[in-house]
Design a protein around this ligand. Structure first.
Ligand code: NDP
Length: 283
């Protein structure tokens, strides 16, 4: 019988741990704080960043949301980042993507302090991840790992297939699986015969952005299936996995919504607390 991986429940447990860490930090005189920066007026992005601030509040953390107009120049944004980098009261920085088209994200993210880069965007943090050095991994791949580990199934030696190779989800998820000694295959839009690969997966991660791309007949019986996809279809949020057919075959599967998303939000808090502890310890 398929186990539903309860992302909301796992997130609630992690939030309770965060609240404990926050109260320890506060008793040592440190109020952990996240800065969230958003440029432009996309309503969905504004809703997203405001809920990050609410997440902080719920565990006793502080946050500031910087809402910059869409005509903000790249150098103005970089100046703000540099100011936040040296603000001792701020421990984590979340720069909401995408940036307006007149900005070059590669030129901007290098100005996020590596120590406060809680969403793992800085190229040095990406490189550190690729060379197995401690760093902040992006929040969604970290959430994917947390959900896989919640099943209790050892990752070592398993065949893991990641569908999607973006820098924010697919590739870092593959790196993290490799760090845990899985044998990893990365598939993408040029992969010939996707099913041939997914059928080999003991652990299957979908991070594509194509609703229902992975169907039950593409899944190895008993596999752990993690669906990072967020797609709007007929007013509903659905994943990249066709949940109804997949749940008949998978050993464990995340729902969408209620799987990767809630844990990702909590990982952002955990990374900010890690940053506060590291900065406090002078590391
Ligand atoms: P990108 O668009 O950056 O990357 C999508 C990847 O999927 C690409 O590597 C692309 O291949 C691959 N792909 C596209 N079509 C196919 C196909 N038919 N078969 C196999 N591979 C394919 O998306 P992201 O990585 O940013 O996001 C992926 C999904 O995850 C989206 O639904 C997004 O909304 C969601 N997401 C979820 C988050 C969460 O917290 N749950 C956070 C961030 C994203 P190629 O490289 O060849 O183009």
């Amino acid at each position: 019988m398929t186990n539903l991986i309860d992302g909301k429940g796992i997130a609630a447990e992690l939030r309770a741990k965060c609240a404990e860490i926050v109260s320890n930090l506060i008793s040592n005189g440190i109020v952990p704080k996240l800065a969230v920066i958003i440029v432009g007026d996309d309503p969905a992005s504004h809703q997203y960043v405001n809920s990050r601030a609410a997440d902080c509040k719920a565990v006793g953390m502080d946050s500031t949301v910087y809402e910059l107009p869409s005509d903000t120049t790249q150098s103005e944004l970089i100046s703000l980042l540099e100011q936040i980098n040296v603000d001792p009261k701020i421990h984590g920085i979340l720069l909401q993507m995408p940036l307006p088209i007149h900005m070059n994200p590669d030129e901007v993210v290098v100005h996020i302090s590596r120590d406060k880069d809680v969403d793992g965007l800085h190229p040095i943090n990406i490189g550190m991840l690729g060379s197995d050095k401690p760093s902040f991994a992006p929040c969604t791949p970290s959430s994917i790992m947390q959900l896989i580990k919640s099943t209790g199934v050892p990752i070592r030696g398993k065949n893991a297939v990641v569908v999607g190779r973006s820098n924010v989800v697919g590739k870092p998820a593959a790196m993290l699986l490799l760090q845990e000694n899985a044998t990893v295959t990365i598939c993408h839009s040029k992969t010939v015969d996707l099913k041939e690969h997914t059928m080999q997966a003991d652990i299957l991660v979908a991070a594509v952005g194509v609703p229902g791309l992975i169907t039950g007949d593409m899944i190895k019986p008993g596999a752990i299936v993690i669906d990072a996809g967020i797609n709007r279809v007929d007013g509903k949020t659905v994943g990249d996995v066709d949940f109804e057919s997949a749940k008949e075959v998978a050993g464990a599967i995340t729902p969408v919504p209620g799987g990767v998303g809630p844990v990702t939000r909590t990982i952002l808090l955990m990374h900010t607390l890690d940053a506060a502890e590291r900065i406090n310890a002078g590391n």
